[in-house]
Design a protein around this ligand. Structure first.
Ligand SMILES: [Fe+2]
Ligand SMILES: [Fe+2]
Length: 282
């Protein structure tokens, strides 16, 4: 796995075992989705089929970036009016950083999907996989902005469900397609995301990224008891990002659930730059 943590490429400690984590996802029940989330997932299944396919992955990844952008916008508005308040500044900048990192990471997933579609020579319907995703992205952007503006906690919860769904879908996708483990990954572009030998591991890596997004969304909402830990690492290592999303001034987080202390550095050259953090607040 790549050691780089620049541009949202690597969110996990390099020692993580992707196969163990994939199985942990399959073993862990899905979150209890709200009717709204179920409607969202079922609508996508109705239009694009229940099975995950490469074009459907592309669609999901187009949408996945959007809520983080909405959070970033919301955070900046708060900062615009509350920059002088240390608590607002810290929380706002943390959310901005999380939003940026997550958007970059989701955009990598999209790039990877496009690379695989190209490699497989998949022909996509222009209407369903070019036009419709743009329409859906616009609708989803509106939804995400409204939710982030008027109910940020609800936005975190909805996104946690979106990401939980994505994590499980990827784990199942790799299980359903054992041929992916026989397909060598030769793309120089995808290698910048992670130097995996096969496409199977690329998609396991993406699935684990989705767990990161799920966990961080839950953490932002304060539901730290629902975090899904790494199965292949000691329990002391947090399932969250390898970055301390620490704001200016070297201060510790006020939400108390992301960090117990503020000692890390952002995006250090060694990749996984964050300190090992307890899963729950001390
Ligand atoms: Fe993604
Ligand atoms: Fe995601």
């Amino acid at each position: 796995m790549s050691m780089s943590n620049v541009d949202g490429r690597t969110l996990h400690p390099p020692t993580v075992d992707l196969r163990v984590e994939q199985q942990a996802t399959l073993d862990r029940p899905r979150m209890k989705y709200t009717p709204m989330a179920r409607f969202f997932f079922e609508s996508m299944d109705f239009i694009y089929g229940k099975q995950l396919t490469m074009p459907k992955i592309k669609l999901i990844e187009i949408l996945a970036r959007i809520p983080y952008h909405a959070w970033e916008i919301k955070a900046y508005w708060r900062l615009t009016f509350g920059y002088h308040d240390e608590k607002i500044r810290r929380e706002g900048l943390d959310l901005v950083k999380l939003g940026r990192l997550s958007q970059d990471n989701e955009f990598w997933h999209l790039i990877i999907a496009v690379e695989k579609i190209r490699e497989d020579g998949i022909k996509e319907s222009g209407f369903w996989f070019q036009f419709m995703p743009r329409v859906m992205a616009l609708g989803y952007a509106l939804f995400a902005r409204l939710l982030a503006t008027f109910n940020l906690k609800g936005a975190f919860l909805f996104n946690a469900m979106f990401e939980d769904h994505a994590e499980h879908e990827y784990a199942q996708f790799v299980k359903d397609h054992p041929e992916l483990d026989q397909q060598p990954m030769k793309s120089d572009l995808v290698r910048q995301f992670g130097s995996h030998a096969t496409w199977g591991d690329v998609f396991r890596h993406i699935g684990l990224d989705e767990r990161f997004h799920r966990n961080e969304s839950l953490r932002e909402g304060g539901w730290v008891d629902q975090l899904a830990p790494y199965a292949s690492l000691p329990a002391a290592v947090d399932a969250g990002p390898g970055i301390p999303l620490q704001a200016v001034g070297g201060s510790t987080r006020v939400k108390g659930d992301r960090f117990t202390g503020g000692t890390g550095t952002l995006l250090g050259p060694a990749g996984f730059a964050g300190p090992a953090r307890p899963l729950r607040p001390a």
